[in-house]
Design a protein around this ligand. Structure first.
Ligand code: SF4
Length: 364
């Protein structure tokens, strides 16, 4: 059984990433089998509960208000709408629902109270509930935990060095702080990144250093391939090859043996054979549904056909950790503190992000 190591260096990770592919695959698959059932893959559903109009400038994201993509935004969904979608997802084989809101950070108030109710209602359906709501304080993390949240997603996106080429409206340290706030509760941590944003292999290794040296390591690491969207600064980025994706998944599996590695955005660009190679290399989760927040994703039936062809079984809810207890709002021990933390605004210039904004202005 491989031991979880928390002091990985960039050089060590790069050496793994650059191994001859067959060797890399063999090592990753061996470690995968020691820690997970290789024939089980979790099916999760990602639900955009509040779409678009985000004040941040993440260069890959069509939800950033400043890039004016053709995205149709919507206000926060109602608790009933979310519950209905979760029931549908459960019937289609999902054991986890991840709710995403295009916010910079969580603000105490009616909308957050509604999100807490959504968490309670999905937990009652005996599904794992995950949220991705932006930066949050320890008190907000505690309130989510109390409502029955299973996981909180906050991606590092890339290495600290390359992060400065992607986002200027918040700093890497804010991301780590939010992860740390989640860690103070019994909510599990989900944090990963995106490849294909123009970063190099050193940056990919750098992101894996940042994640794998967390102690404990994140329970869940999504690996996304950029889906370039027209109107965003990354619209002309070349898609990553399947080999890069397989290398990234395998390396993630080796450096974080117990983590659930999630094959996330970009699956529509991958063949079934390519996805099978990712599962062999250690990916053990996919997102189901024809949309991944706002980008296209394979149809559920196609995924089920793929599972059948590969002899894969969907993972049941709470196989890795027991179901969190959900406490009703009236019995809550945590009151909103109305904190207004000073999350950073580095505000450095990212030329391609500025160009994308300018392009829109000249079109109008
Ligand atoms: S990735 Fe999240 S924070 Fe960044 S622009 Fe999109 S919705 Fe906003």
């Amino acid at each position: 059984m491989s031991i979880t190591k928390h002091n990985w260096t960039r050089e060590e990770i790069l050496n793994i990433y650059n191994k001859p592919l067959m060797e890399l695959l063999y090592e990753a698959a061996t470690i995968h089998r020691q820690h997970h059932d290789p024939n089980t893959v979790q099916v999760s559903t990602l639900l955009s509960i509040k779409t678009g109009g985000c004040p941040e400038d993440c260069g890959y994201c069509p939800q950033a208000a400043r890039y004016h993509t053709n995205l149709e935004g919507n206000d926060l969904m109602s608790v009933n709408q979310v519950k209905a979608q979760a029931l549908r997802a459960k019937a289609a084989g999902s054991s986890r629902v991840c709710m995403g809101a295009a916010w910079r950070n969580v603000k105490d108030g009616e909308e957050f109270d509604n999100v807490l109710e959504m968490v309670r209602s999905i937990n009652k359906l005996e599904m794992e509930v995950c949220c991705t709501l932006g930066m949050l304080t320890e008190n907000q993390a505690q309130r989510l935990a109390e409502a029955g949240l299973y996981a909180y997603n906050h991606n590092l996106d890339t290495s600290e060095e390359y992060y400065k080429e992607v986002i200027s409206t918040r700093g890497y340290e804010d991301r780590l702080k939010t992860i740390d706030n989640v860690r103070k509760t019994n909510v599990t941590v989900c944090s990963g990144g995106i490849i294909g944003m123009g970063e190099n292999a050193e940056d990919r290794a750098g992101m894996l250093v940042a994640l794998s040296t967390l102690n404990p390591q994140p329970e869940s690491v999504p690996i996304n391939a950029l889906v370039p969207v027209e109107g965003t600064p990354m619209e002309e980025q070349e898609p990553v090859s399947i080999w890069e994706m397989v290398r990234m998944v395998a390396t993630t599996r080796i450096v974080m043996p117990e983590t659930q590695v999630r094959l996330s955005a970009g699956r529509t660009q991958m063949s079934r054979e390519g996805q099978a190679m990712c599962f062999f290399a250690g990916a053990n989760s996919i997102f189901a549904g024809d949309k991944l927040l706002t980008t296209p994703n394979p149809d559920v039936n196609e995924d089920m056909e793929m599972f059948k062809a590969l002899g894969l079984n969907p993972q049941k809810a709470f196989e890795k950790k027991e179901q969190p207890q959900s406490i009703d709002a009236e019995n809550s021990q945590f009151r909103p503190l109305g904190e207004k933390p000073k999350w950073s605004r580095p505000g450095h210039l990212i030329e391609r992000n500025l160009e994308a904004q300018e392009k829109i202005k000249t079109k109008v």
